[in-house]
Design a protein around this ligand. Structure first.
Ligand SMILES: [Zn+2]
Length: 223
């Protein structure tokens, strides 16, 4: 995890507890009808998510928590830190540009997502229906992020994956919506905002990386 290994984190005051994915799951389940949360409305819940809803306790939840351990390990390291995932937070990673350069390099919708952490309207990205074999890469720096084999139909209207490629993403607590702490997903290389990760995905990880298509580009597998 590299997102919070910046000097700014050392100066952040200790504050409220960082959101765990389990907390996100509980809270978003209560707010399923709230738009633009990255969580599908109840009527559009995918089977996997519905099953997750029904498995709030017991072995399934336990296994889900176990599966999350590796993912949230990085979050634990920043667990005492307050919200940092907002459009004003510096997003200077290994690949960095001035804001003016980012504006010039990116399409407006990509800039809004990657650099300002905005959320695209659901079902607006052509990548929602992208089914070819290949790799989804960061729209900001080109880093490979998701294999097409990890993509699944979430019914949310956003490209969804059950796992990211190793070391390709960084996770940050996100308190930008009151009463609904979430886990922001950033590209580990340019720290561009990609979306959020929830724990109502399908096996084998039971995670749902809910991504903005505008933050991604697709590279078809070469024959
Ligand atoms: Zn990137």
């Amino acid at each position: 995890m590299s997102a919070c290994h910046t000097s700014r984190c050392a100066s952040l005051r200790p504050a409220r507890q960082a959101p765990t994915l389990s907390r996100c799951f509980t809270i978003t389940a209560q707010a399923a009808q709230v738009p633009a949360t990255g969580r599908p409305a109840a009527s559009h819940r995918p089977p996997a998510a519905a099953a997750a809803d029904q498995a709030a306790d017991g072995a399934s939840a336990a296994s889900r928590r176990a599966a999350l351990a590796a993912v949230v390990a990085g979050i634990a390291a920043v667990g005492a830190q307050p919200a940092v995932a907002d459009e004003n937070a510096p997003r200077q990673g290994e690949v960095r540009h001035s804001d003016a350069e980012w504006r010039r390099l990116l399409a407006p919708e990509a800039y809004a997502v990657l650099r300002q952490a905005q959320t695209e309207r659901r079902f607006t990205s052509p990548l929602v229906n992208e089914k070819r074999a290949g790799t989804f890469v960061c729209g900001g720096c080109g880093q490979p992020l998701f294999a097409s084999s990890s993509k699944f139909e979430s019914g949310t209207g956003w490209p969804s994956f059950y796992e990211a490629l190793p070391n390709s993403v960084a996770l940050e607590p996100d308190y930008s919506i009151a009463f609904m702490p979430r886990i922001e997903v950033r590209c580990s290389r340019c720290l561009g905002h990609l979306g959020h990760v929830f724990e109502d995905g399908p096996p084998p990880t039971n995670l749902r990386y809910c991504m903005n298509g505008a933050a991604l580009a697709f590279q078809p597998q070469q024959a």
